[in-house]
Ligand binder design. Sequence first.
Ligand SMILES: Nc1ncnc2c1ncn2[C@@H]1O[C@H](COP(=O)(O)OP(=O)(O)OP(=O)(O)O)[C@@H](O)[C@H]1O
Length: 567
Amino acid sequence: MENHSLESSLTKQLMPSQRNEWRGPYRLLFCSSKGDKAGVMEELAKGVSANLADYDRRTALHLASCEGCTEVVVLLLEKGADINSLDRWGRTPLSDARRSGHPDICEILEANGGNDPNLVDSQSPCLEIDSAEVDWDGKTLIGEGAYGEVYLVKWRGTEVAAKTIRSSIASNKTVKDNFLKEFTLWAKLRHPNIVQFLGVLKQPEGRLVFLTEYLRNGSLYDILRRKGKLDSLTAVAYALDIARGMNYLHQHKPHAIIHRDLTPRNVLQNEAGRLKVTDFGLSKIAHGRDFGYKMTGGTGSYRYMAPEVFRREAYGKSVDVFSYALIVHEMFQGGPSNREEEPEKLADKRAYEDERPYLPSVVYPEPIKGLLQDCWHKNPEQRPSFEEIIMQLEIIQEDMQQKAIEKQGASMEEAKPVPQSRKRHLQHEIQDSPYYKMRGLLKDLRPHFIEVLKTPDFRNCKAADDIRQGMKLLMELYQEMTENSAKLKKCSNGDVGDAKKAEEHQQDADNPLVDDVTSVSPPDSQVQGTYIVGGSAFGWNFITYNSSKAVYYGLTKEAFRVLNPLV
Ligand SMILES: Nc1ncnc2c1ncn2[C@@H]1O[C@H](COP(=O)(O)OP(=O)(O)OP(=O)(O)O)[C@@H](O)[C@H]1O
């Protein structure tokens, strides 16, 4: 009997009038299928077993789950009904609740340890992919994560990503079932900014392999490592891609899908440059359980973790908004701040000391700064939804595009020998120059310097951290400025304008901003980064340790004043 009815075979055999009059122990099954809680209680009180089954081995719990009788399900569970009893077709009460579309009952059964052994087969036969269709011979390893390796393979002639779940994780039956459940959900999702799930491979016991679309450009993590900081327009376009994917997940019906592990490694890019979010929902299955899954400190889930998650408090969708803010912050900066700090310690500081990354105005346009501050707000309820983030970013994007068009127009005008256009062009050029940015950065850092000077333990105060990060940027800009100046000098072959610019830039480069006073051996090769080592009436001294050397340099107040006439 393949196509069995989910009703009890016993109750089916009875005429309606007979059913009501049924008085034997099978009345438990009849009452369960009708949601008659009082009747079920009466039968149980008489001593009828909660696990009584009919000819098809269908129990009262099967029937109540199938018919959507929530109260009876709860009652039967309280009275010791076997949550995973199998009927003649190998189905559990959870299989029945799923097939009949009762998500509330599914939740109750899952929360009490209910399994659905035939999930892949029964839920979506199309989820399953025949291993013979996958060409493993030409496989290429493209990455490795906390769950297992990822390979590029061909499925029916098309390049796809095959993600393996380690046997140490997948051999646990409950975990495997939960993965399959998430895959069933993922397979139903369709959005341009969500990685498309393709199916699960039938594998020998203990192994789990699933296929998704292959995204040629790799992860955002790889992109930032390759390219460093992104220009503002690209960063905003990427931020919009992620926000749109996340908004789709958060607005999913009947329940929002929370990612819980949104990191640059879980954002992938296709060859058209579009970003897509992947691996949502999977983290909750393995997190916190001893199934061989570890939060990869190095890959840095802690680095993006919302304070309430770190503190193990109740949390909601806005944990993803927090992680999102840190990702967007990295896009403007080219990577995480406090790279040298252990991610777990960083999460601790964010959770208990309310620490957040530094946002220098020279790097972060004002509206982006405001948005990030809202998104990583310590009160989860104050964080905006992704829908609001999208609206804000669209306005910011439009504004930036408008400015870029104006700038382009201005540089075209510059080609004509009209003094006014030339002036405007130069204005833009100056605003984009590292020199100008350094001035802005120093202006931003000024209050931090003042705070540091007022603090006795200046090395450990928060402002010192901000200065360390600001100084790193300052060093980069300084380098850029001197490189530019060398380039301009080289190309000054008779063009008066360029020669003049080269001269001006050379003057900039000669400013006593940084004195590379001396190189000394670092006392401890583990200690890397930039530290304030002193401050006096004359200026501030810094020391930068990297793996091979330590450079000591000073920023004199004179240089600070030259660069920042507002001081
Ligand atoms: N669909 C895909 N297309 C292309 N590359 C992928 C795809 N999925 C994963 N990768 C690559 O494989 C790497 C490992 O992915 P995986 O999802 O297993 O781990 P992760 O996200 O890096 O880390 P974690 O498991 O801690 O979240 C990714 O960083 C990415 O470079």
